[in-house]
Design a protein around this ligand. Sequence first.
Ligand SMILES: Cc1cc2nc3c(=O)[nH]c(=O)nc-3n(C[C@H](O)[C@H](O)[C@H](O)COP(=O)(O)O)c2cc1C
Length: 437
Amino acid sequence: MPKQIHLAAHFPGVNNTTVWSDPEAGSHIEFSSFVKLAQTAERAKFDFFFLAEGLRLREQGGQIYDLDVVGRPDTFTVLAALAAVTTHLGLAGTINSTFNEPYEVARQFASLDHLSDGRAAWNVVTSWDAFTGENFRRGGFLAEQDRYSRATQFLETAKELFASVPAPEDFLRDPAAGTFAHKDDHFDIAGRFNVPRSPQGRPVILQAGDSDAGREFAAATADAIFSRHGTLAEGQAFYADVKGRLPRYGRERDELLVLPAATFVLGDTENEAQEKARIVRRQQVSGATAIKFLEQLWNRDLSSYDPDGPLPSVDPDVSDNHIARGRASVRMHRDPIAVATEWRARAEAEKLSIRELIIEVTGRQNFIGTPDSVATSINELVQADASDGFILVPHVTPGGLDEFAGKVVPLLQERGVFRTDYEGPTLRDHLGLRVPE
Ligand SMILES: Cc1cc2nc3c(=O)[nH]c(=O)nc-3n(C[C@H](O)[C@H](O)[C@H](O)COP(=O)(O)O)c2cc1C
């Protein structure tokens, strides 16, 4: 029996992957957009719907970064509303463990799990910047290296709360039901939890950080990882790494699923798909976007540069990054001068303009091809243990999943590697995960 593939639908987010300027693009705020994507995913028997989170508007050069979608509604509100218009689809929300509080988040997730009859999932993220923290009056209150220790305590506390009232009747028959007292390095809380145990026992736990501490946190506590490693070699290395950490925590290989983000472009022929992918990349990286990306590495105002011209000969400013705020990519450039030298050499060798270079060096589509070749690639990656499935990120909201659902999913079903119907009502059922004790 081949491995079964897990598929999730990422609501297009606030990165340049999302082409809001496409004539087909709809609202990122109106409820109808969320409903459309979720119901398409459910008709296609996807495991879950996924919402990312951004707690502060990004800025660049002191201004709101408005080349990508700006702003987004609150996760719990959207997922609770979606629970009412779907029946089986899992509902996953990204919720930060650095700026929130366990009591509040545990209540929200336990409630969502009840309202949805067992379909809630929590993607626990820690975030990294003081800029986001200012929204909570905390600024950089926690050093980066302490964030996973808070996440660990946060999750442990929440798990205690999720289990504290085994059944609603316990409020009447057990005077201690829901009582908790939790004191550690990060929390000192006591009280009574007021939501009885939910259908899944607790939400499915996802994790998305990629550092060593993040991977260790996932191995210790998560049910699935949302990763960036969607190609064969990188995927296999990541998969082996995180699965290899499980025995330390007394856990089995199938207790932690690896689900990379993946984008896709479909065509009736391979050539048509490649041509479409080229057009999508140019939509994702306009000239203005290319300059902004370059500024994030150079840490300088480069607005006078021509995106169709050569890269700047001046070196990046290596003082503290001040040009862009609220963006992960900034901290990924650990050695800006080395990266700039590499980019210049590549642009010269391949005769690339700034825009063409940025198109090459920033994220690209994982799956490009006919429905048949895309179904084959997805299945090969899963069978080769590069992943257990994918969190698909369409580039158009909200219709960007339609073609995949209509053309690729039936092929995976024909090949016996993707469900033709849901076997149970809960997200744990779809993911093959046990309900915790
Ligand atoms: C695939 C992926 C998706 C992520 N999505 C989000 C997100 O939606 N919101 C967010 O605040 N952080 C997101 N993060 C980053 C997390 O905030 C993570 O906690 C942060 O990168 C710090 O952890 P690290 O040092 O282990 O990477 C994501 C990370 C990855 C790898």
